[in-house]
Design a protein around this ligand. Structure first.
Ligand SMILES: O=C(O)CCC(=O)C(=O)O
Ligand SMILES: [Fe+2]
Length: 736
């Protein structure tokens, strides 16, 4: 997981005047995102070329206009269509008083009308807050040149404007009024979009996520001033604002009549390369979808590239400024980071699409998203604590100590609460989602260990389940082994209880020696005891089947050689190198480990098949001196013999194939067992496990596995105990 020393404050379009000398610290994670970023840059370049230099106007029409006075259903349908196809639209009859907009524009013009030094002094820029005055400083990687603009960001976060409110007349009340009105309108639009765009979110999540002037506020009003330009002398690669996407959920963009120039990419989802006009609409406000909403809608809504081109020569006669005001609806950091938001929205593209944009602003976002993921994982950890709580609360057996009941924590339990947590976790980690995150996988597998199906049944049922699991039919021996497995589990329970009793006794003694004063005395209820049950069913069955094979087919040797090879591979330490496959293990342990092909070669069926293949063909044709009738009869006989041999050959081939398949299946079981042992060892020796479960009891049917686990765990300072079964395969390393 990537970490930064100080969490960044997400910025709508932060001030990335220079490329960073070093990349983000999340380099491993960044690799995929960088590829996507390269694609984005490519797209931007294509669009840039197709759109011509900064001064040429879009050739396509305007973005859709949505009349907000229509019934909600119609408004919603029109907005969803525009937001998913274009990512931009204009709204009319929006309810924000013209006077509020005019006053804010007036305050903006007054502020920008001052000397540059005065502006910087009144509203010093604070990068960590994305707040204050900036002058010609934003360089878009899509252009490589600074946007020809000055701006003032007013971020509605508690304290962010302290010492930054311009002193010009009426500025603060005008800005506050517009912010509040735009915030209400933005929430209304989000509420309309939400049921269709984000059906997985609890109603009101989006609107509820945008705070104003609170601790975590990130909504920002950006006042923009693009000074007049002499288009005859401005370089071709200069733009008022180079192509980019916004970081927020929604942007509301206020424009002045006659101030054209804003454009968005036309049909980018279909690989289109033209540009659409987002011209000012009489009484209207332009709206665009930002990256956040694109993510929260699982990409169904489009966060589209947009730009502000230079004026055409006609528009620049005489040279004129452009004023605009963008209100970025950015979810408050706490709500955006809360695990539930992310978890209830397990986007299929989460991670893959978390930060693929090209600007350095997007690099910040990349780190930002990494942090969101981390927060989500923290949430999952909390959920796991919930799970433990649920286990304890609802189903864990209780013991009474000094008149008080305590839960016994060693048995994970099945309950509606646990099942629901299990479902939520599964949803959070569904393939293609957060599953890609190693941390998530670790947590999940750990969770799986804590909540195996075994946990859902009682000990007597475990016995039955084990019997069934290992029976493979009504074979008597398999049943015996199943029962033995059940015995192991029961022993595990007994051992846990014994430890509990010892802790209880220690507690009582401590109480007594403290004169009945329990307070402060560490007691057993402060200890978490977990039973980690390691069941090597696969290995067990592996050995069992090998033996059964030898017994039934009277081969006598194949199984022990096979088993011996596996054991030798395990002892070689091969099993502890995660990426190592069993075939590599075979190589490592030498020729002896080529048991599988050896077994196949040594089976008489294989030998017979080979010799059958070399069998002499029956002589054909009449023999000299015999009558033609005799010759015919002889020919018939030979044909019959040949046919019979051919049939036998076919059956032998079939048997050989079936045998090979059988051994392959056994081998696979052994591989599974090996992987499981490795997984368990990794988890048990992992720091988090150790921190949470100081007492880990490892139980296994196979002394070999216990020995290997023990060896592994001894390398770690972990208080663990390995314990084999009296019914184990005592002779597993020798002949079976
Ligand atoms: O000034 C405009 O019209 C667009 C501004 C914009 O896209 C931005 O600041 O993100
Ligand atoms: Fe923008």
């Amino acid at each position: 997981m990537c970490k930064r020393n100080s969490p960044p404050i997400p910025a709508p379009d932060p001030p990335p005047t220079k490329q960073r000398a070093t990349d983000s610290p999340c380099e491993a994670e960044a690799a995929g995102a960088d590829k996507s970023a390269a694609r984005e840059v490519q797209l931007e370049r294509q669009l840039l070329q197709a759109g011509g230099k900064g001064g040429s106007a879009a050739v396509y029409g305007n973005v859709p206009v949505v009349d907000l006075s229509l019934p909600d259903d119609e408004v919603r349908a029109a907005m969803i269509a525009a937001a998913s196809e274009v990512g931009f639209f204009s709204v009319t009859n929006h309810g924000i008083p013209e006077a509020a907009i005019d006053e804010a524009f007036g305050a903006s013009a007054t502020f920008f009308g001052q000397e540059r030094a005065a502006k910087a002094e009144q509203a010093p820029f604070a990068a960590h807050l994305n707040c204050g005055y900036e002058y010609m400083s934003q360089v878009r990687p899509s252009t490589g040149t600074p946007d020809q603009k000055e701006s003032l960001q007013v971020t509605a976060r508690r304290g962010s404007m302290d010492g930054r409110w311009p002193s010009t007349d009426g500025f603060e009340p005008a800005a506050r009024t517009l912010i509040s009105a735009a915030h209400s309108l933005g929430n209304r639009l989000l509420s309309l979009l939400e049921p269709v765009a984000c059906p997985h979110l609890p109603a009101g999540t989006l609107a509820g996520a945008h705070t104003l002037w609170a601790e975590d506020g990130q909504c920002t009003l950006r006042l923009l001033h693009y000074p007049p330009v002499d288009v005859s002398s401005v370089p071709e690669d200069y733009w008022r604002a180079g192509p980019h996407t916004d970081w927020c959920n929604l942007t509301l963009l206020f424009q002045r009549p006659g101030n054209a120039g804003l454009e968005c990419a036309a049909n980018p989802r279909a690989g289109g390369a033209g540009w659409l006009k987002v011209d000012p609409v009489e009484g209207g406000i332009a709206v665009n979808i930002g990256d956040m909403l694109s993510r929260w809608s699982n990409d169904s809504l489009l966060s589209n590239l947009h730009r502000v081109r230079m004026p055409t020569p006609e528009e620049a006669r005489p040279p004129r400024p452009r004023y605009s005001m963008a209100f970025f609806m950015q979810a408050g950091s706490s709500s955006f980071r809360s695990a539930s938001c992310v978890l209830t929205n397990p986007s299929p593209s989460f991670g893959a699409h978390s930060a693929p944009k090209s600007t350095s602003a997007h690099k910040d976002r990349k780190e930002e998203y990494a942090q969101h993921r981390e927060a989500a994982f923290r949430g999952i950890w909390n959920m796991r604590d919930d799970l433990r709580e649920a286990c304890v609360r609802e189903t864990a057996p209780r013991v009474e100590v000094a008149g008080r009941e305590y839960p016994m924590l060693w048995q994970p339990a099945d309950s509606p609460a646990v099942r629901s947590l299990e479902r939520r976790l599964a949803a959070a980690f569904r393939p293609g989602g957060m599953e890609r995150e190693a941390a998530g996988r670790t947590i999940l597998s750990e969770f799986m260990l804590l909540s195996p199906r075994l946990g859902s049944i009682g000990w007597s049922q475990i016995r039955a389940a084990a019997t069934e699991a290992t029976a493979g039919g009504d074979d008597e021996e398999a049943g015996r082994m199943g029962r033995a497995l059940g015995t192991v589990l029961t022993r595990a329970r007994d051992e846990a209880e014994r430890r509990m009793a010892a802790l209880r006794q220690a507690r009582d003694e401590a109480r007594q020696s403290a004169g009945g004063q329990a307070a402060g005395a560490p007691g057993w209820e402060d200890t978490t005891l977990e039973t980690l049950v390691v069941i090597s069913g696969g290995l067990h069955m592996f050995a069992y089947k090998a033996r059964k094979y030898d017994h039934e087919k009277r081969r006598g040797e194949g199984a022990s050689a096979f088993w011996g090879a596996f054991v030798a591979a395990m002892k070689e330490g091969a099993a502890w190198t995660p990426p190592q496959s069993l075939s590599e293990a075979q190589q490592k342990a030498g020729a002896r480990l080529h048991a599988m092909p050896w077994v196949l070669q040594q089976t008489p069926t294989a030998g017979m098949a080979r010799s059958a293949g070399h069998a002499q063909p029956a002589p054909e044709g009449p023999s000299s001196g015999a009558s033609s009738e005799q010759a015919k009869a002889e020919q018939e006989r030979l044909r019959a013999v040949a046919e019979q041999r051919a049939e036998e050959r076919r059956r032998r081939e079939e048997r050989r194939a079936a045998n090979a398949q059988w051994w392959r299946a056994v081998w696979r079981e052994a591989e599974t067992a090996r992987a499981r042992v490795h997984q368990i060892a990794r988890l048990v020796s992992g720091g988090r496990w150790r921190a949470r479960y100081p007492e880990v009891l490892i139980v296994d049917h196979s002394p070999l596995l216990v020995e290997l686990l023990h060896r592994q765990l001894e390398a770690q300072p972990l208080s663990a105990r390995c314990w084999g079964s009296p019914h184990a395969l005592a002779d597993e390393a020798s002949d079976e």
